[in-house]
Design a protein around this ligand. Structure first.
Ligand SMILES: NC(=O)c1ccc[n+]([C@@H]2O[C@H](COP(=O)([O-])OP(=O)(O)OC[C@H]3O[C@@H](n4cnc5c(N)ncnc54)[C@H](O)[C@@H]3O)[C@@H](O)[C@H]2O)c1
Length: 358
């Protein structure tokens, strides 16, 4: 089987995780990287180790795209750059895996969905939480019907504050799309995936209460929301809720995911200990089920090996002419819920998704 030649655009924290992922995938070879910052170019070289001398380095992504050295690219640049980068990539026939969020606004996501419908090369969005073993296990059990018809889903993320990023781009909502787009598109994607229906109404409350309050950049204070509750109603009657706190370093689990059907309840915890919990209403009992972990995972990275699985499936899809598992529509709908939640907070009212004209 021919190897897929991959270029990585943006070699900060996530780009380097993807370099490590690709180094563990035998069907892929890293042929080029691009980053305008010398320090992050150094991170890439360090990550690539002895392979670095065989990888072309660019400071401008357009030179990488036109180099003839790549069949596919992986985009791991700041959120606010994704739209322009995708526009440039869509001028080529290169396949692309773009990190989440696909874009920072609903309007830009819609533009990408329209553009993708006119191209044949594959576009995959980096919403990899669905591949984390406990979450994949929970979704499998839900699909099996073991808890009956899904009625409610809740996701609690209680974690540490946002890390420092290159040029502190993640301190401003304009750059990220806002916390509920930037971070929580992962959770809205899981909700959309589990519920299998379209969100119709979003009601949220949230604010920036503790984090980054004393951080000022070029005279501008950071404006990143650090806690929220978000309620989402779906067209099929299912309701979901997100409980986000980014000043909860002391918790047992970073994420807790619960789905409740008319027959029972499923619970998964991240990082968890390789198990999920299945509750049965009739017998009022709960049992533990071990969830399988992909034995191919070469390194866990910051996401329990989920971004490795994502890269492996992306490479397989390109080489074997398969459809993407995470599409631009998934990218769009995960951003729609986050954007509507921010609008709900800003305007202190429930927001109907129909307001976006979709
Ligand atoms: N899927 C996940 O779980 C996950 C986790 C973390 C970050 N991310 C996403 O990955 C992306 C990168 O985040 P990060 O944490 O690595 O940020 P980072 O700041 O560590 O790295 C971003 C890098 O992109 C580079 N860059 C900026 N513009 C560029 C351009 N035009 N061409 C090439 N490089 C460019 C910067 O110099 C920097 O090195 C973001 O979209 C973020 O939301 C996803």
């Amino acid at each position: 089987m021919p190897e897929l030649r991959v270029g990585v655009i943006g070699t900060g924290m996530m780009g380097c995780e993807h370099l490590r992922n690709l180094m563990g995938i035998s069907d892929a070879s890293i042929t080029a990287i691009s980053d305008p910052h010398a320090e992050q170019q150094g991170w890439a070289r360090h990550t690539l180790g002895s392979q670095a001398s065989m990888v072309a380095e660019f400071t401008d992504h357009r030179d990488l795209l036109n180099s003839g050295l790549v069949d596919a690219v992986l985009v791991a640049t700041p959120n606010f750059t994704h739209k322009a980068l995708l526009d440039d990539i869509f001028e080529t026939d290169l396949h692309v895996l773009v990190e989440k969020p696909m874009c920072t606004t609903v309007e830009d996501c819609l533009s990408i969905v329209r553009a993708q419908s006119k191209r044949t090369a594959l576009t995959w969005v980096g919403l990899e939480y669905r591949y984390m073993a406990p979450i994949a296990g929970l979704l499998n059990e839900l699909r099996s019907g073991i808890v009956g018809n899904l009625k409610m889903m809740s996701i609690r993320e209680h974690r540490f504050p946002f890390l420092v990023k290159v040029d502190n781009w993640n301190r401003f909502s304009q750059n990220t799309g806002g916390t509920l787009v930037e971070k929580c598109c992962h959770f809205f994607d899981l909700m959309n995936l589990a519920v299998r229906s379209r969100p119709v109404r979003v009601f949220a409350s949230g604010s920036q209460d503790l984090n980054h309050l004393d951080e000022i950049y070029d005279g501008r204070p950071s404006d990143i929301l650090d806690n929220a509750f978000v309620i989402v109603d779906y067209a099929n009657g299912v309701r979901t809720m997100l409980d986000l706190s980014m000043f909860a370093e002391g918790g047992l689990h970073e994420q807790e995911i619960t789905v409740v059907g008319d027959l029972g309840k499923l619970e998964a915890f991240i990082p968890g200990n390789g198990k999920i919990f299945i509750g049965d209403r009739m017998s009022r009992s709960v049992r533990e089920v071990a969830v399988p972990v992909d034995p191919d995972i070469s390194h866990l990275g910051f996401h329990l090996g989920a971004s490795f699985i994502e890269c492996k499936h992306f490479v397989d899809a390109v080489l074997n002419d398969k459809q993407p598992e995470v599409t631009v529509l998934d990218g769009l709908w995960s951003v729609v819920v986050g954007a509507a939640a921010h609008k709900s907070i800003d305007e202190q009212r429930p927001v109907f998704i129909s307001e976006y004209g979709i």
